[in-house]
Structures are given as structure tokens and as C-alpha cells.
Ligand binder design. Structure first.
Ligand code: NAY
Length: 293
């Protein structure tokens, strides 16, 4: 039951009202998000505001998630990308000790690192534990698509099991998949998951799965069953949902929708924008919209 494939929520981070990390709220959110029928959780990623959290908070969050998800109930991937390798290794070793099933990391991007520095980061990080590593291609976050050859070199490292591909370049996705047929390919843009699924993605990891997890689990089943019309209908609903979320700000919007459904994940942390009355109103409307149930 804990395989590295299928549909994973990029778990949001629960805060107290003063924006400090909330272990209690995180425990409730974690159970509710996984309970939508998803295969697993991606913990401590961009959607989890990891760029705004301290390493200590990220270590605490791993602990909370490991405690509330019993072994066998879902696959846990720890995102351990941090500005420096030392903190990344500390996060990775903590995740291994807690029984996580896989690791992932954004490429280092706090400085304009050379391709060699990026490859060496993954080499050292993936050697620091026995857990399989999922490399992360996400140019909207790093402002830098990694060249095919660099991603290929990383995929060949021992312990690197696959990639979370969050780019619209689906030709690159297919070429990488053809060059690395034994690796796992996750796709990271929720609103166009169907296109990657049709090209053979093994799963998806996304922020909107926190609130639409049931839909994405169904979407994946429809693709596996070859039900294109059914999959298109589900993707269409996801696109309407993401369209509204982008206007609200994805992370504040997700938190506002959870709130409107009675699950308090607190605010997002500054400098992400606070929840406005307008966002709360849209969230209430969305929470009462039967398409998005
Ligand atoms: C993570 O690292 O937390 C993620 O998995 C992020 C996934 C999201 N990708 C980005 C680039 O933010 O879920 C998507 C995204 O928010 C969604 O498709 C809306 O565009």
C-alpha cells in the first residue's frame, strides 16, 4: 500500500492564528486530507510554505505527520529541499528515522548554482539515506528549467527513483520518460494532469489535492480505465476550481476553503497575503458549490 505512485496531496502547513506552526491543527488537517482517498502525502513542499518555515518547524511537522498516518495507510514523501545541503540532509535523515517512504527536493536555487553544483547536491543528498529520492523540476519556482542532460544525470544517480515534473513542457516529460523507463514520473500541474496521465505519468502531486483529493483520485482511475470522456469531465471541474483559486492566491485560497468546510488550517505566513474578506466570501461560495464537493 505504500508505493511511490498514485495521487498525493502536497500537504499544506497548518498555522496558529499568529502564524506560528500548529502541531494540533496539522494533525487534523493531515488526517482529513489523506482521508479523501489519496495514495499519499508530499510533506514540507512549496505548497506547505516550506520556503517560509525554519528547519526546526519542518522537522516538527514531519514528526506530526508520521504520528497521525499509521504505517500502511498512505505513502509519505518528505520534501527536504532547503537553501543548504546540511539542512536538507538533516531533514532527510529525520524523515528516514520516522518511517517516511521517500524523499524529494527542489534543486538548490538560492544562488545561481552551476549545473555541476546542482547535480552534486542531489548526489550527496540521495547518498545520505536509504530512501528513494524524487527530483523536482519546477521552473515556475526556480526560474530555471534544468536542461534534459542535467535531469538525466540526476535520474541516473543511485537512490534517485524518479521525478516530480511541474512544467508545461510535455515533450521534455516524454523524452525523459523514454530515456528512463524504469523511473517514476509524477506530474505537478493539477489543472492539466490528464495530459500527463495520457502520456503515462505514474501519479500526481499537487496543492489543490488538499481540497479536491477525491476528484483527483477519480481522475486517475478514469485515466487508468481508458475513460477519456470521464477524465475530461473531471479535469474540467478541476480547471474551474483552479481558475478561481488562482484569483484568490492558491495557498490562501486553499486555506480559506478548508476553513469554510470547517477545518481550521490557520492563515498563510507573511509575506504570503493574509485572508481577505473577499477571499473568504469566494471560499464560502466554492464550499457550497456541488461541483466542488
Ligand atoms: C509542492 O511542492 O508543494 C507542490 O507539489 C506544488 C504543486 C503545485 N505546483 C506549483 C508550481 O505550485 O499544485 C500545483 C499548483 O499549485 C496547481 O497546479 C495550481 O497551478
Amino acid at each position: 500500500k505504500t508505493q511511490l505512485r498514485g495521487m498525493f496531496a502536497a500537504l499544506i502547513t497548518a498555522m496558529e492564528d499568529d502564524q506560528s506552526f500548529s502541531p494540533e491543527r496539522q494533525a487534523k488537517v493531515t488526517e482529513a486530507v489523506l482521508g479523501q482517498g489519496l495514495d499519499g502525502l508530499y510533506v514540507g513542499g512549496s505548497s506547505g510554505e516550506s520556503g517560509l518555515l525554519s528547519t526546526t518547524e519542518l522537522l516538527d511537522q514531519q514528526q506530526v505527520v508520521a504520528e497521525v498516518v499509521p504505517q500502511g495507510q498512505g505513502t509519505l514523501i518528505a520534501h527536504v529541499g532547503a537553501p543548504n545541503l546540511r539542512d536538507s540532509i538533516a531533514l532527510a535523515q529525520n524523515a528516514e528515522r520516522l518511517g517516511f517512504h521517500g524523499l524529494s527536493a527542489l534543486p538548490p536555487h538560492a544562488y545561481p548554482f552551476t549545473d555541476g553544483e546542482i547535480i552534486n547536491y542531489y548526489r550527496a543528498l540521495s547518498a545520505a539515506t536509504a530512501l528513494p529520492m524524487i527530483v523536482y523540476e519546477v521552473p515556475v519556482r526556480t526560474n530555471r528549467p534544468l536542461p534534459f542532460e542535467v535531469l538525466s544525470s540526476i535520474l541516473q544517480l543511485p537512490n534517485v527513483a524518479g521525478i516530480k515534473f511541474t512544467s508545461q513542457d510535455l515533450f521534455k516529460f516524454s523524452q525523459l520518460k523514454a530515456a528512463h523507463p524504469d523511473k517514476i514520473f509524477y506530474f505537478g500541474f493539477d489543472e492539466i494532469y490528464l495530459s500527463a496521465g495520457a502520456l503515462g505519468a505514474h501519479g500526481g502531486i499537487g496543492s489543490t489535492y488538499n481540497v479536491m483529493g477525491k476528484l483527483y483520485a477519480e481522475l486517475n482511475r478514469a485515466i487508468s480505465a481508458g475513460d477519456l470522456a470521464g477524465a475530461q469531465q473531471l479535469q474540467d471541474v478541476s480547471q474551474q476550481f483552479v481558475g478561481e483559486l488562482l484569483e484568490m492566491g492558491v495557498l490562501p485560497g486553499i486555506k480559506a476553503i478548508l476553513q469554510a468546510r470547517g477545518l481550521n488550517a490557520g492563515p498563510t505566513r507573511a509575506p504570503l497575503c493574509a485572508l481577505s474578506d473577499k477571499v473568504t466570501q469566494i471560499a464560502q461560495r466554492m464550499a457550497n458549490d456541488s461541483r466542488f464537493a
